[in-house]
Design a protein around this ligand. Structure first.
Ligand SMILES: Cc1ncc(COP(=O)(O)O)c(C=O)c1O
Length: 487
Protein backbone atom coordinates (compact mmCIF):
# COMPACT_ATOMS: atom_id res chain seq x y z
CA UNK A 1 0.00 0.00 0.00
CA UNK A 2 1.39 3.42 -0.93
CA UNK A 3 2.09 5.55 2.15
CA UNK A 4 1.57 9.29 2.21
CA UNK A 5 5.30 9.97 2.40
CA UNK A 6 6.27 7.76 -0.55
CA UNK A 7 6.85 10.85 -2.72
CA UNK A 8 9.93 11.66 -0.66
CA UNK A 9 11.67 8.66 -2.21
CA UNK A 10 12.83 7.53 1.23
CA UNK A 11 13.16 3.83 1.97
CA UNK A 12 12.13 4.58 5.53
CA UNK A 13 8.93 6.51 6.13
CA UNK A 14 6.61 6.41 9.12
CA UNK A 15 4.67 3.75 7.19
CA UNK A 16 7.65 1.51 6.51
CA UNK A 17 9.62 2.04 9.75
CA UNK A 18 9.86 -1.00 12.04
CA UNK A 19 6.57 -0.77 14.00
CA UNK A 20 8.31 -2.03 17.14
CA UNK A 21 10.39 1.16 17.20
CA UNK A 22 7.29 3.31 16.80
CA UNK A 23 5.52 1.82 19.82
CA UNK A 24 8.63 1.92 22.01
CA UNK A 25 8.65 4.63 24.72
CA UNK A 26 11.29 5.86 27.14
CA UNK A 27 9.81 8.39 29.53
CA UNK A 28 13.06 9.31 31.30
CA UNK A 29 14.04 11.19 28.15
CA UNK A 30 10.48 11.89 26.95
CA UNK A 31 8.58 15.08 25.87
CA UNK A 32 8.89 16.75 29.24
CA UNK A 33 12.67 16.57 28.99
CA UNK A 34 12.52 18.01 25.47
CA UNK A 35 10.53 20.93 26.90
CA UNK A 36 13.12 21.35 29.68
CA UNK A 37 15.87 21.66 27.06
CA UNK A 38 13.80 24.25 25.19
CA UNK A 39 13.28 26.24 28.41
CA UNK A 40 17.04 26.20 29.05
CA UNK A 41 17.65 27.65 25.59
CA UNK A 42 15.00 30.33 26.17
CA UNK A 43 16.66 31.27 29.48
CA UNK A 44 20.04 31.47 27.77
CA UNK A 45 18.58 33.94 25.30
CA UNK A 46 17.44 36.11 28.23
CA UNK A 47 13.75 35.10 28.40
CA UNK A 48 12.13 36.04 31.71
CA UNK A 49 10.70 33.08 33.66
CA UNK A 50 9.52 32.48 37.23
CA UNK A 51 12.84 30.65 37.76
CA UNK A 52 16.49 31.19 36.92
CA UNK A 53 17.44 27.68 35.92
CA UNK A 54 15.99 24.31 35.06
CA UNK A 55 16.63 21.68 37.74
CA UNK A 56 17.07 18.30 36.08
CA UNK A 57 15.56 15.94 38.59
CA UNK A 58 14.41 13.59 35.84
CA UNK A 59 17.40 11.34 35.30
CA UNK A 60 19.73 9.33 37.55
CA UNK A 61 22.87 10.98 36.21
CA UNK A 62 25.00 11.75 39.27
CA UNK A 63 27.84 13.72 37.70
CA UNK A 64 25.42 15.82 35.64
CA UNK A 65 23.99 17.15 38.91
CA UNK A 66 27.37 18.06 40.36
CA UNK A 67 28.77 14.86 41.98
CA UNK A 68 32.57 14.76 41.72
CA UNK A 69 34.33 11.70 40.27
CA UNK A 70 36.10 9.34 42.69
CA UNK A 71 39.78 10.28 42.55
CA UNK A 72 41.15 6.72 42.48
CA UNK A 73 38.84 5.62 39.65
CA UNK A 74 39.95 8.52 37.48
CA UNK A 75 43.63 8.02 38.36
CA UNK A 76 43.53 4.39 37.22
CA UNK A 77 41.62 5.31 34.06
CA UNK A 78 44.10 8.13 33.32
CA UNK A 79 47.11 5.85 33.79
CA UNK A 80 45.62 3.14 31.60
CA UNK A 81 44.72 5.69 28.94
CA UNK A 82 48.14 7.37 28.86
CA UNK A 83 50.65 4.82 30.21
CA UNK A 84 53.57 7.28 29.86
CA UNK A 85 52.28 8.72 33.13
CA UNK A 86 53.33 5.48 34.84
CA UNK A 87 56.97 6.37 34.28
CA UNK A 88 56.98 10.11 34.05
CA UNK A 89 54.52 11.36 36.62
CA UNK A 90 55.32 11.11 40.34
CA UNK A 91 51.95 12.61 41.37
CA UNK A 92 50.00 9.36 40.99
CA UNK A 93 49.95 7.12 44.07
CA UNK A 94 51.78 3.81 43.89
CA UNK A 95 48.61 1.70 44.29
CA UNK A 96 46.94 3.49 41.34
CA UNK A 97 50.02 2.71 39.25
CA UNK A 98 50.04 -0.95 40.34
CA UNK A 99 46.33 -1.26 39.59
CA UNK A 100 46.78 0.28 36.14
CA UNK A 101 49.75 -1.98 35.34
CA UNK A 102 47.74 -5.06 36.28
CA UNK A 103 44.88 -4.02 33.98
CA UNK A 104 47.16 -3.04 31.11
CA UNK A 105 48.86 -6.44 31.37
CA UNK A 106 45.39 -7.94 30.75
CA UNK A 107 44.85 -5.83 27.60
CA UNK A 108 45.97 -7.17 24.24
CA UNK A 109 49.15 -5.35 23.23
CA UNK A 110 49.12 -3.70 26.68
CA UNK A 111 46.74 -1.04 25.30
CA UNK A 112 43.16 -0.10 26.10
CA UNK A 113 42.83 0.68 22.40
CA UNK A 114 42.61 -3.04 21.60
CA UNK A 115 39.45 -5.17 21.65
CA UNK A 116 39.01 -7.46 24.63
CA UNK A 117 37.32 -10.86 24.67
CA UNK A 118 33.55 -10.38 24.30
CA UNK A 119 32.88 -11.28 27.95
CA UNK A 120 35.53 -8.78 29.03
CA UNK A 121 39.14 -8.75 30.21
CA UNK A 122 39.98 -11.94 32.15
CA UNK A 123 41.64 -10.24 35.08
CA UNK A 124 38.56 -8.01 35.52
CA UNK A 125 36.20 -11.00 35.39
CA UNK A 126 38.30 -12.55 38.16
CA UNK A 127 38.11 -9.37 40.26
CA UNK A 128 34.33 -9.25 39.82
CA UNK A 129 33.98 -12.92 40.82
CA UNK A 130 36.08 -12.23 43.94
CA UNK A 131 33.85 -9.25 44.82
CA UNK A 132 30.68 -11.35 44.47
CA UNK A 133 32.19 -14.21 46.49
CA UNK A 134 33.07 -11.81 49.26
CA UNK A 135 29.68 -10.02 49.11
CA UNK A 136 27.55 -13.19 49.22
CA UNK A 137 29.70 -15.73 51.00
CA UNK A 138 29.19 -18.13 48.07
CA UNK A 139 31.75 -18.78 45.34
CA UNK A 140 31.45 -17.00 42.04
CA UNK A 141 33.08 -18.36 38.87
CA UNK A 142 34.79 -15.80 36.54
CA UNK A 143 33.41 -17.86 33.63
CA UNK A 144 29.91 -16.77 34.67
CA UNK A 145 30.83 -13.08 34.52
CA UNK A 146 30.21 -11.11 31.33
CA UNK A 147 31.01 -7.44 31.03
CA UNK A 148 28.64 -5.19 29.11
CA UNK A 149 28.18 -1.67 27.78
CA UNK A 150 26.39 -0.42 30.88
CA UNK A 151 23.86 -2.73 32.51
CA UNK A 152 21.37 -1.83 29.75
CA UNK A 153 23.31 -3.78 27.13
CA UNK A 154 23.66 -6.83 29.41
CA UNK A 155 19.94 -6.78 30.17
CA UNK A 156 19.01 -6.63 26.48
CA UNK A 157 21.40 -9.49 25.66
CA UNK A 158 19.75 -11.74 28.24
CA UNK A 159 16.23 -10.70 27.25
CA UNK A 160 17.05 -11.61 23.66
CA UNK A 161 17.83 -15.18 24.80
CA UNK A 162 14.34 -15.79 26.17
CA UNK A 163 12.47 -14.62 23.04
CA UNK A 164 10.60 -17.39 21.28
CA UNK A 165 10.99 -16.04 17.72
CA UNK A 166 7.23 -16.45 17.36
CA UNK A 167 4.29 -14.08 17.15
CA UNK A 168 0.91 -13.69 18.80
CA UNK A 169 0.11 -16.08 21.63
CA UNK A 170 3.47 -17.79 21.21
CA UNK A 171 5.47 -14.63 21.96
CA UNK A 172 7.70 -14.65 25.02
CA UNK A 173 6.03 -13.17 28.10
CA UNK A 174 8.32 -11.19 30.41
CA UNK A 175 7.06 -10.33 33.87
CA UNK A 176 7.98 -6.77 34.80
CA UNK A 177 7.24 -4.72 37.89
CA UNK A 178 4.89 -1.76 37.66
CA UNK A 179 6.12 0.87 38.24
CA UNK A 180 9.27 -0.14 36.35
CA UNK A 181 12.39 1.36 34.87
CA UNK A 182 11.29 1.94 31.24
CA UNK A 183 14.27 0.14 29.70
CA UNK A 184 12.22 -3.02 30.19
CA UNK A 185 9.05 -1.93 28.39
CA UNK A 186 11.20 -0.32 25.68
CA UNK A 187 13.23 -3.52 25.09
CA UNK A 188 10.10 -5.70 25.19
CA UNK A 189 8.47 -3.46 22.58
CA UNK A 190 11.59 -3.49 20.40
CA UNK A 191 11.81 -7.29 20.61
CA UNK A 192 8.09 -7.75 19.98
CA UNK A 193 7.75 -9.71 23.20
CA UNK A 194 4.82 -9.48 25.62
CA UNK A 195 5.04 -7.51 28.87
CA UNK A 196 3.33 -9.14 31.85
CA UNK A 197 2.96 -6.30 34.36
CA UNK A 198 2.79 -7.13 38.05
CA UNK A 199 1.95 -4.32 40.44
CA UNK A 200 4.23 -3.47 43.32
CA UNK A 201 2.30 -2.90 46.53
CA UNK A 202 2.40 0.82 47.30
CA UNK A 203 0.68 0.27 50.67
CA UNK A 204 3.44 -2.14 51.65
CA UNK A 205 6.59 -0.15 50.84
CA UNK A 206 6.36 -1.10 47.17
CA UNK A 207 7.02 -4.73 48.10
CA UNK A 208 6.13 -7.69 45.90
CA UNK A 209 2.93 -9.48 46.71
CA UNK A 210 3.10 -13.14 45.66
CA UNK A 211 -0.65 -13.32 45.04
CA UNK A 212 -0.23 -10.43 42.60
CA UNK A 213 2.53 -12.31 40.75
CA UNK A 214 0.19 -15.28 40.39
CA UNK A 215 -2.68 -13.08 39.23
CA UNK A 216 -0.46 -11.40 36.65
CA UNK A 217 0.91 -14.59 35.13
CA UNK A 218 -2.48 -16.33 35.06
CA UNK A 219 -4.05 -13.34 33.33
CA UNK A 220 -1.29 -13.21 30.72
CA UNK A 221 -0.96 -16.92 29.99
CA UNK A 222 -3.58 -17.02 27.19
CA UNK A 223 -1.70 -14.18 25.46
CA UNK A 224 1.92 -15.38 25.54
CA UNK A 225 4.45 -17.95 26.73
CA UNK A 226 5.75 -16.68 30.08
CA UNK A 227 9.55 -17.11 30.11
CA UNK A 228 11.16 -14.67 32.53
CA UNK A 229 10.64 -12.40 35.51
CA UNK A 230 12.43 -9.08 36.05
CA UNK A 231 12.98 -7.78 39.58
CA UNK A 232 14.60 -4.41 40.31
CA UNK A 233 16.18 -4.27 43.77
CA UNK A 234 16.74 -1.63 45.14
CA UNK A 235 13.87 -0.29 43.07
CA UNK A 236 13.71 2.33 40.38
CA UNK A 237 11.52 4.44 40.42
CA UNK A 238 10.14 3.27 43.76
CA UNK A 239 13.25 3.29 45.98
CA UNK A 240 12.30 0.16 47.97
CA UNK A 241 14.75 -2.48 49.22
CA UNK A 242 13.29 -5.98 49.15
CA UNK A 243 13.39 -8.09 52.29
CA UNK A 244 15.03 -11.49 52.31
CA UNK A 245 11.62 -13.16 52.74
CA UNK A 246 10.26 -11.31 49.72
CA UNK A 247 13.20 -12.48 47.57
CA UNK A 248 12.73 -16.07 48.75
CA UNK A 249 9.06 -15.89 47.76
CA UNK A 250 9.93 -14.57 44.29
CA UNK A 251 12.50 -17.32 43.69
CA UNK A 252 10.00 -19.98 44.74
CA UNK A 253 7.40 -18.46 42.45
CA UNK A 254 9.89 -18.41 39.53
CA UNK A 255 10.68 -22.06 40.15
CA UNK A 256 7.04 -23.07 40.25
CA UNK A 257 6.30 -21.16 37.04
CA UNK A 258 9.58 -22.13 35.30
CA UNK A 259 10.81 -18.57 34.80
CA UNK A 260 14.31 -17.26 34.11
CA UNK A 261 15.12 -14.60 36.75
CA UNK A 262 16.62 -11.25 35.75
CA UNK A 263 17.74 -9.50 38.93
CA UNK A 264 18.53 -5.84 38.26
CA UNK A 265 20.83 -5.00 41.16
CA UNK A 266 22.48 -1.85 39.83
CA UNK A 267 21.68 0.05 43.05
CA UNK A 268 23.27 -2.52 45.39
CA UNK A 269 25.48 0.16 46.99
CA UNK A 270 22.57 2.58 47.44
CA UNK A 271 20.79 1.44 50.61
CA UNK A 272 20.01 4.13 53.20
CA UNK A 273 17.10 3.30 55.49
CA UNK A 274 17.69 1.91 58.97
CA UNK A 275 16.72 -1.76 58.94
CA UNK A 276 17.07 -2.12 55.15
CA UNK A 277 19.79 -4.39 53.79
CA UNK A 278 20.69 -5.48 50.28
CA UNK A 279 20.48 -9.23 49.62
CA UNK A 280 21.49 -10.42 46.19
CA UNK A 281 19.24 -12.92 44.41
CA UNK A 282 22.32 -15.11 43.93
CA UNK A 283 22.91 -15.33 47.68
CA UNK A 284 19.31 -16.25 48.48
CA UNK A 285 19.15 -18.73 45.58
CA UNK A 286 22.25 -20.47 46.94
CA UNK A 287 20.94 -20.47 50.48
CA UNK A 288 17.59 -21.96 49.48
CA UNK A 289 19.73 -24.96 48.52
CA UNK A 290 18.92 -28.01 46.43
CA UNK A 291 16.15 -27.54 43.92
CA UNK A 292 16.78 -23.79 43.78
CA UNK A 293 20.54 -23.37 43.48
CA UNK A 294 20.44 -24.75 39.92
CA UNK A 295 17.91 -22.17 38.67
CA UNK A 296 18.77 -19.85 35.80
CA UNK A 297 19.55 -16.37 37.05
CA UNK A 298 21.18 -13.30 35.54
CA UNK A 299 22.07 -10.48 37.89
CA UNK A 300 23.15 -7.06 36.66
CA UNK A 301 25.48 -4.42 38.01
CA UNK A 302 26.58 -1.06 36.63
CA UNK A 303 29.32 1.57 36.92
CA UNK A 304 26.62 4.23 36.50
CA UNK A 305 25.08 4.24 39.99
CA UNK A 306 26.34 3.50 43.52
CA UNK A 307 28.86 6.01 44.88
CA UNK A 308 30.73 6.25 41.56
CA UNK A 309 27.98 7.45 39.21
CA UNK A 310 30.20 6.98 36.16
CA UNK A 311 27.31 6.67 33.63
CA UNK A 312 29.32 8.02 30.72
CA UNK A 313 31.88 5.21 30.79
CA UNK A 314 29.14 2.66 30.06
CA UNK A 315 30.55 -0.02 32.35
CA UNK A 316 28.49 -2.95 33.56
CA UNK A 317 28.46 -6.69 34.00
CA UNK A 318 26.14 -9.60 34.60
CA UNK A 319 26.66 -12.85 36.41
CA UNK A 320 24.74 -15.57 34.58
CA UNK A 321 24.15 -18.77 36.51
CA UNK A 322 23.14 -22.27 35.54
CA UNK A 323 22.75 -21.87 31.79
CA UNK A 324 22.47 -25.09 29.85
CA UNK A 325 26.02 -25.57 28.40
CA UNK A 326 24.78 -25.47 24.79
CA UNK A 327 22.73 -22.36 25.51
CA UNK A 328 25.79 -20.77 27.08
CA UNK A 329 27.71 -21.29 23.84
CA UNK A 330 24.88 -19.61 21.93
CA UNK A 331 24.88 -16.74 24.41
CA UNK A 332 28.63 -16.28 24.02
CA UNK A 333 28.18 -16.32 20.25
CA UNK A 334 25.45 -13.68 20.47
CA UNK A 335 27.56 -11.29 22.53
CA UNK A 336 30.61 -11.95 20.35
CA UNK A 337 28.77 -10.29 17.45
CA UNK A 338 29.06 -7.03 19.43
CA UNK A 339 32.85 -7.49 19.74
CA UNK A 340 33.37 -6.11 23.25
CA UNK A 341 32.22 -3.49 25.75
CA UNK A 342 34.34 -0.31 26.04
CA UNK A 343 37.63 -1.04 27.81
CA UNK A 344 37.49 2.20 29.82
CA UNK A 345 34.09 1.13 31.19
CA UNK A 346 35.57 -2.24 32.12
CA UNK A 347 38.37 -0.44 34.00
CA UNK A 348 35.88 1.66 35.97
CA UNK A 349 33.91 -1.40 37.05
CA UNK A 350 37.16 -3.13 38.02
CA UNK A 351 38.08 -0.31 40.41
CA UNK A 352 34.57 -0.42 41.89
CA UNK A 353 34.86 -4.13 42.69
CA UNK A 354 38.50 -4.02 43.79
CA UNK A 355 39.04 -0.68 45.55
CA UNK A 356 42.18 0.24 47.55
CA UNK A 357 42.76 -2.00 50.60
CA UNK A 358 43.29 -0.70 54.17
CA UNK A 359 47.10 -0.54 53.90
CA UNK A 360 47.17 1.06 50.43
CA UNK A 361 48.09 4.75 50.08
CA UNK A 362 44.76 5.61 48.41
CA UNK A 363 42.54 3.78 50.91
CA UNK A 364 41.76 6.73 53.17
CA UNK A 365 40.77 9.14 50.40
CA UNK A 366 38.74 6.48 48.61
CA UNK A 367 36.75 5.70 51.76
CA UNK A 368 36.25 9.38 52.55
CA UNK A 369 34.93 10.15 49.09
CA UNK A 370 32.69 7.07 49.00
CA UNK A 371 31.26 7.75 52.48
CA UNK A 372 30.62 11.40 51.66
CA UNK A 373 28.57 10.58 48.55
CA UNK A 374 26.56 7.82 50.23
CA UNK A 375 25.93 9.76 53.43
CA UNK A 376 24.73 12.80 51.47
CA UNK A 377 22.37 10.56 49.51
CA UNK A 378 21.08 9.04 52.77
CA UNK A 379 20.40 12.53 54.18
CA UNK A 380 18.59 13.56 51.03
CA UNK A 381 16.55 10.33 50.95
CA UNK A 382 15.31 11.02 54.50
CA UNK A 383 14.66 14.71 53.85
CA UNK A 384 12.73 14.09 50.65
CA UNK A 385 10.54 11.40 52.25
CA UNK A 386 9.77 13.59 55.27
CA UNK A 387 9.04 16.73 53.26
CA UNK A 388 6.77 15.07 50.70
CA UNK A 389 4.75 13.47 53.49
CA UNK A 390 4.31 16.85 55.17
CA UNK A 391 2.55 18.32 52.12
CA UNK A 392 -1.21 17.93 51.84
CA UNK A 393 -2.23 15.78 48.89
CA UNK A 394 1.20 14.08 48.60
CA UNK A 395 2.17 10.69 50.03
CA UNK A 396 5.57 9.10 49.67
CA UNK A 397 6.95 5.74 50.74
CA UNK A 398 10.28 5.88 52.51
CA UNK A 399 13.19 6.16 50.06
CA UNK A 400 15.02 3.09 51.37
CA UNK A 401 17.50 2.84 48.49
CA UNK A 402 18.40 3.75 44.88
CA UNK A 403 18.27 7.45 43.93
CA UNK A 404 14.63 8.38 43.50
CA UNK A 405 11.41 9.28 45.26
CA UNK A 406 8.10 8.30 43.68
CA UNK A 407 5.45 10.25 45.58
CA UNK A 408 1.77 9.75 44.98
CA UNK A 409 -0.19 12.91 44.23
CA UNK A 410 -3.91 13.03 44.92
CA UNK A 411 -5.17 15.19 42.08
CA UNK A 412 -8.55 16.96 42.16
CA UNK A 413 -11.18 15.96 39.60
CA UNK A 414 -10.96 19.36 37.91
CA UNK A 415 -7.23 18.82 37.23
CA UNK A 416 -7.96 15.37 35.79
CA UNK A 417 -10.57 16.93 33.46
CA UNK A 418 -8.18 19.72 32.43
CA UNK A 419 -5.55 17.07 31.57
CA UNK A 420 -8.09 15.14 29.46
CA UNK A 421 -8.89 18.29 27.51
CA UNK A 422 -5.20 18.64 26.70
CA UNK A 423 -4.95 14.95 25.81
CA UNK A 424 -2.40 14.39 28.56
CA UNK A 425 -2.29 11.91 31.40
CA UNK A 426 -3.13 13.74 34.67
CA UNK A 427 0.39 13.29 36.02
CA UNK A 428 1.97 14.54 32.77
CA UNK A 429 -0.28 17.58 32.99
CA UNK A 430 0.91 18.14 36.58
CA UNK A 431 4.61 17.63 35.73
CA UNK A 432 4.43 19.97 32.72
CA UNK A 433 2.91 22.68 34.92
CA UNK A 434 5.56 22.06 37.57
CA UNK A 435 8.25 22.51 34.92
CA UNK A 436 6.73 25.64 33.39
CA UNK A 437 6.19 27.34 36.74
CA UNK A 438 9.28 26.31 38.70
CA UNK A 439 11.85 24.89 36.27
CA UNK A 440 11.80 21.55 38.13
CA UNK A 441 11.98 18.71 35.60
CA UNK A 442 10.54 15.40 36.83
CA UNK A 443 9.05 12.37 35.09
CA UNK A 444 5.31 11.60 35.24
CA UNK A 445 4.41 8.31 36.95
CA UNK A 446 2.60 7.15 33.83
CA UNK A 447 6.02 6.79 32.15
CA UNK A 448 6.86 3.97 34.59
CA UNK A 449 3.35 2.52 34.82
CA UNK A 450 1.04 2.87 37.81
CA UNK A 451 -2.23 1.43 39.10
CA UNK A 452 -5.15 2.95 37.18
CA UNK A 453 -6.57 5.95 38.98
CA UNK A 454 -3.33 6.69 40.89
CA UNK A 455 -0.93 9.47 39.94
CA UNK A 456 2.74 9.93 40.76
CA UNK A 457 5.93 11.55 39.61
CA UNK A 458 9.54 10.53 39.93
CA UNK A 459 12.23 12.87 41.14
CA UNK A 460 15.87 12.00 41.70
CA UNK A 461 17.53 12.83 45.01
CA UNK A 462 20.78 13.73 43.24
CA UNK A 463 21.05 17.55 43.27
CA UNK A 464 23.24 18.85 46.14
CA UNK A 465 21.53 19.06 49.56
CA UNK A 466 21.09 22.86 49.50
CA UNK A 467 19.53 22.63 46.05
CA UNK A 468 17.21 19.81 47.13
CA UNK A 469 16.09 21.89 50.12
CA UNK A 470 15.28 24.77 47.78
CA UNK A 471 13.60 22.42 45.30
CA UNK A 472 11.35 20.98 47.99
CA UNK A 473 10.28 24.44 49.15
CA UNK A 474 9.52 25.55 45.60
CA UNK A 475 7.71 22.27 44.93
CA UNK A 476 5.58 22.63 48.03
CA UNK A 477 4.49 26.16 47.05
CA UNK A 478 3.70 25.01 43.52
CA UNK A 479 1.70 22.01 44.74
CA UNK A 480 -0.48 24.01 47.13
CA UNK A 481 -1.16 26.60 44.43
CA UNK A 482 -2.03 23.88 41.90
CA UNK A 483 -4.41 22.17 44.31
CA UNK A 484 -6.13 25.47 45.10
CA UNK A 485 -6.47 26.32 41.41
CA UNK A 486 -8.17 22.99 40.56
CA UNK A 487 -10.11 22.47 43.78
C1 LIG B 1 17.13 -0.12 37.37
C2 LIG B 1 18.11 0.25 36.31
N1 LIG B 1 18.66 -0.71 35.57
C3 LIG B 1 19.53 -0.44 34.60
C4 LIG B 1 19.92 0.86 34.33
C5 LIG B 1 20.88 1.10 33.20
O1 LIG B 1 22.10 1.52 33.66
P1 LIG B 1 23.40 1.61 32.72
O2 LIG B 1 23.78 3.05 32.72
O3 LIG B 1 24.39 0.74 33.40
O4 LIG B 1 23.04 1.09 31.38
C6 LIG B 1 19.36 1.90 35.08
C7 LIG B 1 19.71 3.30 34.78
O5 LIG B 1 19.16 4.24 35.31
C8 LIG B 1 18.44 1.60 36.11
O6 LIG B 1 17.90 2.53 36.86
Amino acid sequence: MAGKNDKTGKVLTMETLNPNIKIMQYAVRGPIVARATQLEKELEKGAKKHFEKVVRANIGDCHATGQKPMTFIRQVVALCTYPDLLMKNPDFPADAKEHAKKLLAGCKGGSIGSYSASSGIDVIRKDIAAYITNRDGHPSDPEDIHLSTGASDGIKSILSLVLTGKLGKDRAGIMIPVPQYPLYTAAIAEFNAFAIPYYLDEDNHWGLDLKELKRAIDTARPECKPRAIVVINPGNPTGQVLTRENIEGIIKFAKQERLFILADEVYQHNVYAAGSKFFSFKKILMELGAGYNNMELASFMSASKGFMGECGYRGGYCEVLNLDPDVKLQYLKSISAKLCPPISGQIVIDVVVSPPKPDDPSYKLFQEEKTEVLSQLAKKAALVTKTFNSIEGVKCNEVQGAMYAFPRIFLPEKAIQAAKEKNQSPDSFYCFQLLEETGICTVPGSGFGEKPGTYHFRTTILPPLAEIEKLLKTFSEFHLKFMKQYK
